[in-house]
Design a protein around this ligand. Structure first.
Ligand SMILES: [Zn+2]
Ligand SMILES: [Zn+2]
Length: 242
């Protein structure tokens, strides 16, 4: 067994070395050859200032007044209790995410996982019973060949000692055109279902996604998890569209 593992590790290294000759590693931000993310690009990442962000939805600079997470009646808009985004979506963070999920640069998973972990307060890590993710639907899975948030969730779990649990299925969402706000919300929620083997849900769930745009995807999944028995869901995204 040991020698089999060693052989396969050697093989992987050889393949990596060969690939490196043909397609040298380039920085995801600036394309300079050498590293997956060079120091200059790493320093220019727009990390969310968590002290200044909205404590509910994680919107950058929303600490005092957030215009994102309450509807016009003052009711809290989202089904997740709290949310955090590691980065603000901009050119570099956008490139990191696209290269990772659509251009086969799977090695970025560990960098993205580290960014998520560095944004998570210690209190969230101790609070969470498990982490789960917004799964890829069938169409996306076929296109990409992998579930990009699952891989990141497994990396985060590996680095934090949290467990990662596959709890959700996602169907291709029915066309949202012509639907009003409430119908869109319901429609999106219907695109999620619980995994048959999910059983009784853990009380405290961290829910991961790549980009928080309007929050509606995370909201729909969090609504289902809460209705299915989770006491509290907190949302974590790599980047916040802003
Ligand atoms: Zn760079
Ligand atoms: Zn907010």
């Amino acid at each position: 067994m040991q020698s089999k593992q060693t052989t396969s590790a050697t093989k992987t290294r050889l393949v990596d070395a060969a690939l490196e000759l043909v397609w040298p590693t380039r920085c995801a931000g600036c394309e300079r050859p050498g590293e997956l993310l060079c120091d200059t690009c790493r320093d220019s990442l727009s990390l969310t200032e968590q002290d200044a962000a909205c404590p509910h939805c994680g919107a950058p600079y929303g600490f005092l007044i957030c215009t994102e997470c309450y509807d016009r009646t003052g009711k809290q808009e989202f089904s997740f209790a709290l949310a955090i985004s590691a980065l603000t979506l901009d050119e570099i963070s956008g490139r990191l995410i696209v290269l990772y999920k659509d251009n086969n640069e799977h090695r970025l998973a560990s960098i993205l996982a580290e960014l998520i972990i560095s944004a998570l307060p210690l209190s969230w890590l101790t609070w969470a019973d498990t982490l789960t993710w917004i799964p890829a639907d069938r169409k996306a899975l076929r296109r990409r060949g992998f579930d990009h948030m699952q891989r990141i969730a497994l990396e985060v779990a590996n680095l934090t000692q949290l467990s990662a649990t596959s709890l959700l299925n996602k169907q291709v969402c029915r066309d949202q055109r012509g639907l009003n706000r409430a119908q869109r919300k319901e429609n999106l929620k219907k695109s999620f279902s619980l995994k048959a083997q999910a059983g009784s849900l853990p009380a405290h769930i961290l829910l991961l996604d790549d980009v928080f745009t309007t929050g509606s995807t995370l909201d729909a999944a969090a609504a289902l998890l809460s209705e299915s028995g989770a006491a509290e869901v907190r949302a974590v995204s790599i980047a916040r569209a802003w």
